[in-house]
Design a protein around this ligand. Sequence first.
Ligand code: PRP
Ligand code: HPA
Ligand code: MG
Length: 180
Amino acid sequence: MNNDIDKILYSSADIQAEVKRLGQQLAADYQGKNPLVICILKGAILFMADIVRNMDIPLEMDFMDISSYGAGTISTGEVRILKDLDSSVKDRDVLIVEDIVDTGRTLKALSDLLKQREANSIKICTLLDKPERRVEGVDVDYVGFQIPDEFVVGYGMDYAGHYRNLPYVGILKREVYENN
Ligand SMILES: O=P(O)(O)OC[C@H]1O[C@H](OP(=O)(O)OP(=O)(O)O)[C@H](O)[C@@H]1O
Ligand code: HPA
Ligand SMILES: [Mg+2]
């Protein structure tokens, strides 16, 4: 797996330091609000697990699986709900936890849906933001790192289902996906 990585962008230690900073900020901002923290499967699973461990306040968690990419590296523009939330978001302070905001399509669709379901507030926390690729305007409230327009994997992020278990975030070698 490591041989398929061009460059490590953020080491495990870099990520843990940033997650700690974000978690402490979120805990301060959501003190007394009992937020519903929503993990967007599957990419955000590692980030979610680390961020909630750094939020030392009462909160609840839920999970939703939304997909827009299929098996490739280019967004299809079509967003599908593969698994919906178990809980109601009505009147809740919702914090969406994502691994990466790329075109913004996933989060635009999700924010619109949660607004329709009458959440009291909706905020977004993402580990990575790739602003150059945005096609939908979304307000991202908490960002770990801004990255250039490169396809990245690791720490939850995949290419064709692989690399999610790498402990760091790295740029995937183009040759890995350009011939597929
Ligand atoms: O801003 P966008 O262009 O919408 O892209 C970002 C989304 O795409 C990826 O998920 P994907 O749909 O590939 O599913 P996964 O999380 O299960 O890997 C990533 O985890 C984000 O959820
Ligand atoms: O750069 C990326 N890597 C993995 N998954 C993604 N989904 C959107 N952008 C990316
Ligand atoms: Mg995802």
